[in-house]
Design a protein around this ligand. Sequence first.
Ligand code: MG
Length: 272
Amino acid sequence: MIASNMKQSKHIEKAFLFDIDGVLTEPFSRQVNQNVINSITRLLKSGYSVCLFSGRDQSWVEQRVLPRFDSSDSSVFDLFFLSFEYGGVNCMFKNGLLLTTVDKEVIISLEIKNKARDLVRGSQDAFFDEKKKTMATLEMYEASNPEEAAIKSKGVDELYEKAKKLIADRPYLKAYRTTLDVDILHEKASKGKCASDFLNFLNEKGLFPKEFDVFGDSPTDIEAAEELYKRGLAVKFYYLGEREISDVDFEVIRPKGDFYDIAAESILSQIK
Ligand SMILES: [Mg+2]
């Protein structure tokens, strides 16, 4: 116990947040980048706290991402926080077991879910994600190359327009467009909520880091960095995506040349 506390106190001042798609994974094939996972495992082993945040559902990450982490020492996961569905579903580890909390406040109605499902009924290109607990996601099938991804991207635009129309008379809902999907969610759910819930998790453990490195590849990921910045914390936002983002008051680092998981891989290899 003493040894574990000493290990944790080493890097108590700093924490890391990672978006999942396009940071831990190649964005179009959704293949998990093992080198990025190994670097995050190294951060956890060094005693840093780490949050993975995503619009994704928990089961995808449980099946395809978590098994890639070296779990030989379960105490490594004590400072590991996972925030899914834009903060609608949060997970932490206790003695190596994953504990899940669903935030009832951000669950969208069954009626909207059903109408969202109807938007892709019979579609060859897109499907409704049945695993989401608090929101609705219309998702394109995986693309095998960038050309195919570009075509699919147009399909996402069309879905996004339909989703916006669907929620037009419900101001407490919003629609997000990501690389290959469209999300319909409660206005209180956001990547900012993920960051806020992560802070609560840390504070409950008596941890108050002052410095945060946030990694993201889409404009909505900025919300996570913004939330921390608003609270007076030092934030660096590593933007690994290609789409334009608006100006912000905190430091944004855009790697030259590489994007997505490849960029994450090289940045993380330099963090000791
Ligand atoms: Mg992403």
